[in-house]
Design a protein around this ligand. Sequence first.
Ligand code: ZN
Length: 258
Amino acid sequence: MNDIPPAMWLVFAAVMGACVGSFLNVVIYRLPLGQSIVSPPSRCPQCATQLAWFDNVPIFGWLLLGGRCRQCKNPISIQYPIVELITALSFVLVVWLTPPGPLLLTRLLLVCILIALFGIDLEHQILPNSITLPGIVVGLILSFFAPPGWRDALIGMLLGGAILYGIAWAYYLWRREEGLGMGDVKMLAMVGAFLGWKAVLVTLVLSSFSGALIGVALIVIQRGNMKLALPFGTFLAVGAAVAMLIGEPLVNWYAGFF
Ligand SMILES: [Zn+2]
């Protein structure tokens, strides 16, 4: 394994990532509709024509088709190549920043889960239990074999769930309406199970700040329509990915100011 140059590993990571991204597209599209994610094979959503194997080649399939179905010429969402590209880039970053070993597998798995949750929350404003709950269990199991270790993971899960549950409850008492869903609570608990309690705090800070910034920007652009804000799960996903990859240097850099 050591004779393969690092650049080749990154290329391999990009290709693997693009292929996994292709599967994540299927998860994002079918899971909220209650459809099977293994069969039938990929079809055009408009005319149900089955895609040829070369149409399914990540990113390039979409480009070669010019973003249109070969049969009915209806546009194919640009979401597909974007998800493939984001997954490919994420895999490259994870492989680049993580030493080989069990931690690498843990991080690649979490990145896939985060991308799926991001896409589903953006499109449907839900964070399915069928992802977050098994995610919590898998995160805890993996913590026995890789950092942060089971104690840290257990505390992270409880802390992540408790903080957002507390905020959701306080918001409900204050406004008498649901501001944060239980999906967000379970998602941060899952992030804690994977990454430990410190990463929960970093994730929460990053997602709250970026959420507030983008929320204010949207309100200014759309002249005061609060209800058009992006779902919080999308910010949690990005925040958790950043916390996973550069959480520690970020905290040290910040602590350097004091
Ligand atoms: Zn079609």
